[in-house]
Design a protein around this ligand. Structure first.
Ligand SMILES: [Zn+2]
Length: 252
C-alpha cells in the first residue's frame, strides 16, 4: 500500500490552495481524482466537504471539484461530470478551494464548539450530535431542562466567550493520553474505533476541548457573534439548538 497523500486540512486550516500531482483517476458516473497532496476537507463530524477548482498548469484547463470524501484513508475529489475529458495521472495541477464557503464553515464550526463549551460548563449537558452549513448549524444535547429562557442566556454567554478572543488550537495526542482527559471523554472519544491511535483535538482555550476532525478558525474573534435561530425538543431528554452567524459574509 502506498502512503496516503498529504492532507493539509488537518494541519493548516488556512491553506486555501496547493500545487499537486494527480496520482489516481477513476471515471464512471463521476470522475474521482486522488492527488499527492490536497487542501480539501473530505467532510465529517457534521462539516460538509469542500468545493473548488482543479487547474492544470500545462494548458490552464479547469475542472470543478464538487465535493470530496475519505476512502481507504485517501481524500478523493469528485469532479463535475460535465467538465469533459478528465485530467490524467501525472498531471501537475493546483487545487483551489471555494474559500468564502470554507471560511464560513470554519467560523460556523468553531461557533458550534463554543456553544458546546458553554452548554457543558453552565448546564452539564452532553452533546450528542451536530450538523452545519456555511453560516448556520445545529447541535443536539442531552439537556432535559432546556427552555426558551435558558436558550437566551446561552446565546448571550456564547457571544461573551467569542468576544473574549480565545485562541483555537489543533493538537494530536496519543489515544491513551486522550482517554485520560475528562473533557474528551465527555465528547465521546470512547466511541472512536479501536484502530485509531492518534486523536486530533480542537481546543478553544479556556472553554472547550473536543476530539474533532474539522477545520476551525484560529481565534474566536474571527467568528464574530452568533444568534440562536431556533430550538426544538427531540424527546424528553434530547434537545436541539440552532444557531446562525450574525455576519455570515459570503456564506452559502
Ligand atoms: Zn466539531
Amino acid at each position: 500500500m502506498t502512503p496516503a497523500g498529504e492532507q493539509l486540512c488537518y494541519i493548516d486550516a488556512y491553506a486555501a490552495s496547493v500545487r499537486a500531482s494527480i496520482r489516481h483517476v477513476e471515471t464512471g458516473e463521476t470522475t474521482l481524482v486522488v492527488l499527492d497532496r490536497t487542501v480539501a476537507y473530505p467532510g465529517g463530524g457534521g462539516q460538509p466537504s469542500d468545493r473548488g477548482l482543479l487547474l492544470r498548469g500545462s494548458d490552464g484547463r479547469a475542472w470543478t471539484v464538487r465535493g470530496a470524501r475519505k476512502a481507504d484513508g485517501e481524500i478523493v475529489h469528485e469532479l463535475e461530470p460535465d467538465d469533459g475529458e478528465p485530467p490524467a495521472v501525472g498531471d501537475d495541477v493546483t487545487i483551489d478551494l471555494d474559500w468564502a464557503r470554507r471560511l464560513a464553515l470554519m467560523r460556523t464550526h468553531t461557533a458550534l464548539h463554543a456553544l458546546c463549551g458553554v452548554v457543558w460548563r453552565d448546564y452539564g449537558a452532553l452533546v450528542t450530535g451536530g450538523n452545519m452549513e456555511p453560516g448556520s448549524g445545529r447541535m443536539d444535547f442531552e439537556f432535559e431542562r432546556m427552555s426558551g429562557d435558558l436558550v437566551d442566556a446561552i446565546e448571550a454567554s456564547v457571544n461573551v466567550e467569542l468576544a473574549a478572543e480565545r485562541d483555537v488550537r489543533v493538537d494530536f495526542k496519543p489515544r491513551d493520553e486522550a482517554f485520560a482527559i475528562p473533557d474528551l471523554i465527555r465528547t465521546k472519544v470512547n466511541l472512536l474505533p479501536p484502530g485509531i491511535d492518534t486523536i486530533r483535538t480542537i481546543e478553544i482555550v479556556g472553554l472547550d476541548l473536543q476530539a474533532d476532525g474539522g477545520t476551525h478558525v484560529a481565534n474566536t474573534r474571527e467568528v464574530g457573534q452568533i444568534k440562536v435561530t431556533g430550538y426544538e425538543s427531540k424527546g424528553r431528554i434530547n434537545k436541539r439548538i440552532r444557531i446562525g452567524l450574525v455576519d455570515p459574509r459570503s456564506a452559502g
